[in-house]
Design a protein around this ligand. Structure first.
Ligand SMILES: [Zn+2]
Length: 103
C-alpha cells in the first residue's frame, strides 16, 4: 500500500484534479481513501434534535487510490514513488525524482 493515513496526496484525475489534501482514512478493501477537501459530495441532512437546521453538508467521498499521487514536499509536486530500505531494514517510500523519503 503506497498511500497511508495522514499522507499528503494530490488528486491526478477527475473533477478535483490538482487538488491537494491529507488522507483522513484508507479503505484497503475498496482500494479507496478519504482525502480532506477532495471529492466532496453534498449530503442533505434531516432535521434532528441535535441539528435543528438540517440542510446540506459537504462531505468527502472515498476516492480511488489510482487517482491519487503522493505529494513530495521537496519537489513541491506529485511524486512517483519507489521503495527503499533504511540501514535498519525499515522499508520506506521515496520520491523517485529526488530520492527524498516520504512520510
Ligand atoms: Zn521529490
Amino acid at each position: 500500500m503506497k498511500i497511508k493515513k495522514n499522507d499528503m496526496v494530490v488528486c491526478c484525475a477527475g473533477k478535483d484534479k490538482g487538488k491537494k489534501g491529507k488522507v483522513l482514512s484508507v479503505l484497503p478493501a475498496k482500494n479507496r481513501a478519504i482525502v480532506e477537501g477532495v471529492n466532496l459530495i453534498k449530503r442533505h441532512t434531516r432535521k434532528t434534535r441535535e441539528d435543528r437546521q438540517g440542510g446540506i453538508v459537504q462531505k468527502e467521498a472515498p476516492i480511488n487510490l489510482s487517482k491519487m499521487m503522493l505529494f513530495c514536499a521537496k519537489c513541491n509536486k506529485p511524486a512517483r514513488v519507489g521503495f527503499s530500505f533504511l540501514k535498519d531494514g525499515t522499508k520506506v517510500r521515496v520520491c523517485k525524482k529526488c530520492s527524498e523519503v516520504i512520510g
